[in-house]
Design a protein around this ligand. Structure first.
Ligand SMILES: *Cc1c(COP(=O)(O)O)cnc(C)c1O
Length: 387
């Protein structure tokens, strides 16, 4: 037993691994030099950044010069989309952007800003009822004046994994830059950029037991980006600003641990997760699983319950000691139904009652047992109070 508080929201964020925490500490006080400085203080922190870059690159299967450090997964998505779209327009008059309706807001809102503020033509690829994009639809929609294609690797709300290799081969055959948002995928899926065949990939450390406020963007050599943060020449001139050394060190170590322990954790995540996917629809009438049942993240279970308001459910679960999420964590309090749930074809009576339950490294069988005991009672109580 771990007291009466059970965290089941690892897709929203994860705690920092204690080894990662330890590795960051010297860079807050002892080694504080500006990595751009010539003297040994600067050399020390520059070396720490370059070691971290090499470490991240080795786990992505790329060259260190292809890794840019950013302040978050969101910033990586912004740099990927704005950077490629603006550059492609400047160099080859490409004015078309392809994405999907089930992207994280960091991609969706950026694509919409490129449409509304910069006049790009934005087109959404259709998704199936699992929220996946089909390579055939991409093949039909991609054009020679497409500046960038951006698709989510694994969906943060409904857990489904996109067929990235098939999508990337379509982009490659047309020679169009392909970005994937792997921020949610990175804790569980292999990220080898050549195996996946992609050109740009966003990750963010706090989704894989690293610190918040740091991310990375992989940019395949030869893909040119217009910088979105101008100033000093840091990060290859693509991202001005003195680097956050401790956070970068932490992210590299967090990624290393994640990759080394991936299979072990995936096995235990899936064992716990499968009980949620199997039992909840049996225990609770008028329930649907959202997202793919097998082709999904190993730690991720998500549902919709008819006649339930997601926020009521989250508050009742919180009182009972369980932290979960509805739609995406950033949307709590927002009465608008989720774009993702609408895009996979759910009607209004279902979309308001979504629940995401995500397990992590500290989740135990006891946590799942207690959750499965409490959830049906709470749902029944809410439904009764609606009558
Ligand atoms: C969390 C998340 C982001 C945003 O990352 P931050 O580091 O929190 O800015 C982007 N895309 C997906 C799929 C995510 O899950």
């Amino acid at each position: 037993m771990k007291g009466d508080k059970t965290y089941l929201d690892y897709a929203a964020t994860t705690p920092i691994d204690s080894c990662v925490m330890e590795s960051m500490l010297p860079y807050f006080q002892d080694h504080f030099g500006n990595p751009s400085s010539i003297h040994r203080w600067g050399q020390k922190t520059e070396a720490a950044i370059e070691e971290s870059r090499a470490k991240v690159a080795s786990h992505l299967g790329c060259h260190p010069s292809e890794v840019v450090f950013t302040s978050s997964g969101s910033e990586s998505d912004n740099l990927a989309l704005r950077g490629t779209a603006l550059q492609a327009r400047k160099h080859r008059k490409a004015n078309h952007i392809l994405t999907s309706p089930v992207e994280h807001r960091a991609v969706l809102r950026t694509a919409q800003d490129l449409e509304q503020t910069y006049g790009f033509e934005l087109e959404y690829l259709p998704v199936d009822r699992f929220g996946c994009v089909s390579p055939d639809e991409l093949e039909k929609a991609i054009r020679s004046d497409t500046s960038v294609v951006s698709i989510i690797h694994a969906n943060n709300e409904i857990g489904s994994i996109n067929p990235i290799k098939m999508l990337s081969s379509v982009c490659r055959s047309k020679n169009i830059p392909f970005h994937i948002d792997s921020v949610q995928a990175a804790s569980q899926l292999p990220l080898d950029v050549n195996h996946l065949g992609i050109d740009l990939m966003s990750i963010g450390a706090h989704k894989f037991y690293g610190p918040k406020g740091v991310g990375a963007l992989y940019i395949r050599s030869g893909i040119e980006l217009h910088p979105i943060l101008t100033g000093g020449n840091q990060e290859n001139g693509l991202r001005a600003g003195t680097q956050n050394v401790p956070l970068i060190v932490g992210m590299a170590n967090a990624l290393e641990i994640t990759v080394l322990e991936r299979e072990k954790h995936n096995r235990s995540f899936q064992h716990l997760r499968d009980q949620l996917l199997e039992r909840i629809p049996d225990l609770i009438p008028d329930t649907q699983i959202t997202g793919h049942t097998t082709w999904r993240l190993s730690n991720h279970a998500s549902f919709v319950f008819k006649g339930i308001h997601g926020n009521h459910l989250l508050m009742a679960l919180d009182i009972a000691g369980f932290a979960c999420s509805s739609d995406s964590a950033c949307k709590t309090g927002d009465p608008e139904p989720s774009d993702v749930l609408k895009a996979i074809g759910l009607s209004q009576e279902w979309t308001s009652g979504s629940l995401r339950v995500t397990v992590g490294r500290s989740t135990t069988q006891d946590d799942i047992d207690r959750f499965l005991e409490v959830l049906p009672t709470i749902i029944e109580r809410i439904r009764r109070s609606n009558d």
